[in-house]
Design a protein around this ligand. Structure first.
Ligand code: NDP
Length: 474
C-alpha cells in the first residue's frame, strides 16, 4: 500500500516524490509506504486549509454538526476494519481498538458535533453604562500533531473540536502509524466534508511536523507527544506567538492504601500497567503500596502478570501485543537493564520475546528508590516498579517526586483520605478506585512537564477559538 497526502480533498504524492517504510510491529515487515513530506507539502495543505476557512467558518453550526456526525457514523460502520488496521499498524491487540480506540474516535466526533449546538457565551453588564459580551471565534488553520499511541483516537480528539469550532486543519499523524489517518481522509470525503477542511500530511516530525509548527499561516498548534518533542515544538512556535496546547509525557503513580479493595486494585493495576503494552500516556508505571499489604499485593500482581498471554495482536485472546518499533523495543529493554544496574529485582518478565516483531514481556521490578532513573524517566512500555510506602505523607511525596504530572490513581476506602490525597497530588487527572474512566466533558492535560493547557469538553472549544470582548455603550 502506497499512501498519499490528503490535500484539498484529493490524494496527492509528496513534492519530493520520496517515501519511507511503515513497519508492522508484529512481524517487522514493511506494510505500507509513507510520503516523506516536507515544507512544500505542508505549505500546499495550509494554502488549501486557508482557502477553505471562510466558507467553513461561515457554514451554519447545524450543518457543521451534521457533517461531523456523518463522519462519526462512517467510522462506526467501518469499526472492524479500522480496529484491524490500527492493530496491524501499531502492534496493539485488536481487542483494544475494537473496544476503545475506534469507539472513542466516534465519541469524539459526536461529542463536539453536538456540543457546538448548545454553545453559549458570557455577558458582563457594566454598572448600567455598558454591556460587554464575549465572542469566541475560530482562528483559521489549526496545526494538529499526534502520536502513535492511540492513533485515530488522538487524531480525532484534535480534528473534531478544531473543525467543529469552525477552523480548518492540517494534521500530521505519527509517521509510525499513518493507516487509520489515511482512512479518516477517505471517510471525510464520503461524509461530504468540504475540500480543504481536513488536510493530512504524512511524514517525519522533524521535517513535516516542524514545517507545520513554524508555518506563519497556522495560528494554533495542538500537539500530543513526548516531553522532549514538546519542548522543541514550544521553542519553534514561540517566535510566531502561536497559541499552543501541549499534551506530553507522564510517569504516573498508582497509590494503594492498606484499606483498598485488594483484588480490585490488583486487577485494575494490571490493566493500568500493561494495556496497549504500557504505551498509553495515562498508564501507571510507578506503583506504591502501603507497607502492610505490600507483599500480598506483589504476590498477586506478579501471579496475574505471569498469566498474561503475549503474542499475535490479531488474535482475540492475546493480552499483550508488540511494541511500536525496534528502536522502542531497544529503549524499553535498555531501561530493564538499567533497573538491574540500579539494584532492582526483576520479579517477572524482563526479556524480549524470541519471535519476529517487537515483543517484550510484561515486567515487574521491585527494590528501587524514587530517585532511580527507572522511577524518574518515562519508559513507555510494559514495565512497572512496585515500591512500599509508610503513611499518607510519604505516599504523596513519592507520587510527586518526578518532573511529570499527568495522571494518578489512588486506591482507598477512606473517603476523607481519598479527597485529601487527590488534592495534594501533582496530576492533571486523579482517579480514585478506578483508572482510565473518561468523560469527554472534563478538562484533560498535565501539570509540570506533562503539558501546558487543557483540552477536553469546552476547554477544547476554547482552545480552538479566540475570545474577543465586545463593549457596547448603553
Ligand atoms: P513524539 O514526541 O516522538 O512524537 C509525537 C508527534 O510529534 C509525532 O507525530 C511526531 O512525528 C511529531 N514530531 C516529532 N518531532 C517533531 C518536531 N520537531 N516538530 C513537530 N512535530 C514533531 O511522541 P511519540 O509519537 O513517540 O508518542 C509517545 C509520547 O507521547 C509519550 O511520551 C507519551 O507519554 C506521549 N503521549 C502523551 C499523551 C497526553 O495526552 N499527554 C497521550 C499520548 C501520548 P514522528 O512520529 O514522525 O516523529
Amino acid at each position: 500500500m502506497k499512501l498519499q497526502n490528503f490535500i484539498n480533498g484529493r490524494f496527492s504524492p509528496p513534492a519530493s516524490g520520496a517515501y519511507f517504510d511503515d513497519i508492522g510491529p508484529a512481524t517487522g515487515d514493511v506494510i505500507a509506504e509513507v510520503p516523506d513530506s516536507d515544507a512544500r507539502d505542508v505549505d500546499a495543505a495550509v494554502r488549501a486549509a486557508t482557502a477553505a476557512f471562510p466558507g467553513w467558518s461561515r457554514t451554519p453550526v447545524a450543518q457543521r454538526s451534521k457533517l461531523l456526525i456523518r463522519l462519526a457514523d462512517l467510522i462506526e460502520k467501518n469499526l472492524e476494519e479500522l480496529a484491524r488496521l490500527e492493530s496491524h499498524d501499531s502492534g496493539k491487540t485488536v481487542s483494544l481498538p475494537r473496544r476503545q480506540d475506534i469507539p472513542r474516535a466516534v465519541a469524539n466526533l459526536r461529542f463536539f458535533a453536538t456540543a457546538i449546538l448548545h454553545d453559549a457565551t458570557e455577558a458582563h453588564p457594566t454598572d448600567g453604562v455598558a454591556l460587554n459580551y464575549t465572542l469566541r471565534q475560530p482562528m483559521g488553520v489549526a496545526g494538529l500533531i499526534s502520536p502513535w499511541t492511540l492513533p485515530l483516537y488522538l487524531l480525532t480528539w484534535k480534528v473534531a473540536p478544531a473543525i467543529a469550532a469552525g477552523n480548518t486543519c492540517v494534521a500530521k499523524p505519527s509517521e509510525l502509524t499513518p493507516l487509520t489517518a489515511n482512512r479518516l481522509a477517505e471517510l471525510s470525503l464520503e461524509a461530504g466534508i468540504p475540500a480543504g477542511v481536513i488536510n493530512i500530511v504524512h511524514g517525519l516530525g522533524a521535517k513535516a511536523g516542524d514545517a507545520l509548527t513554524v508555518h506563519p499561516k497556522v495560528p494554533l498548534i495542538s500537539f500530543t507527544g513526548g516531553t522532549v518533542t514538546g519542548a522543541k515544538v514550544a521553542t519553534a512556535a514561540a517566535p510566531h506567538f502561536k497559541k499552543v496546547s501541549l499534551e506530553l509525557g507522564g510517569k504516573n503513580p498508582n497509590l494503594i492504601f492498606a484499606d483498598a479493595d485488594l483484588t480490585e486494585a490488583v486487577n485494575t493495576s494490571i490493566r493500568s500497567s500493561f494495556s496497549n503494552q504500557g504505551e498509553i500516556c495515562l498508564c501507571g508505571s510507578r506503583i506504591f503500596v502501603e507497607r502492610s499489604i505490600h507483599d500480598r499485593f506483589v504476590e498477586q500482581f506478579v501471579e496475574a502478570t505471569m498469566k498474561m498471554r503475549i503474542g499475535d495482536p490479531s488474535d482475540e485472546s492475546t493480552d499483550v501485543g508488540a511494541l511500536i518499533s525496534a528502536a522502542h523495543l531497544d529503549k524499553v529493554s535498555g531501561y530493564v537493564d538499567l533497573a538491574r544496574e540500579e539494584g532492582g529485582s526483576i520479579l517477572s518478565g524482563g526479556k524480549r520475546v524470541d519471535r519476529p516483531g517487537f515483543f517484550f514481556e510484561p515486567t515487574v521490578i521491585t527494590g528501587l528508590g524514587c530517585d532511580c532513573r527507572v522511577l524518574q524517566e518515562e519508559i513507555f512500555g510494559p514495565v512497572v516498579t512496585i515500591t512500599p510506602f509508610d503513611g499518607e505523607d510519604e505516599a504523596v511525596s513519592f507520587a510527586n517526586s518526578t518532573r511529570y504530572g499527568l495522571s494518578a490513581s489512588l486506591w482507598t476506602r477512606d473517603l476523607q483520605r481519598a479527597h485529601r490525597v487527590a488534592s495534594a497530588l501533582d496530576a492533571g487527572t486523579v482517579w480514585i478506585n478506578c483508572w482510565l474512566l473518561r468523560d469527554l466533558r472534563v478538562p484533560f492535560g498535565g501539570m509540570k512537564e506533562s503539558g501546558v493547557g487543557r483540552e477536553g469538553g469546552f476547554e477544547s472549544l476554547r482552545f480552538f477559538t479566540e475570545a474577543k470582548n465586545v463593549c457596547v455603550k448603553l
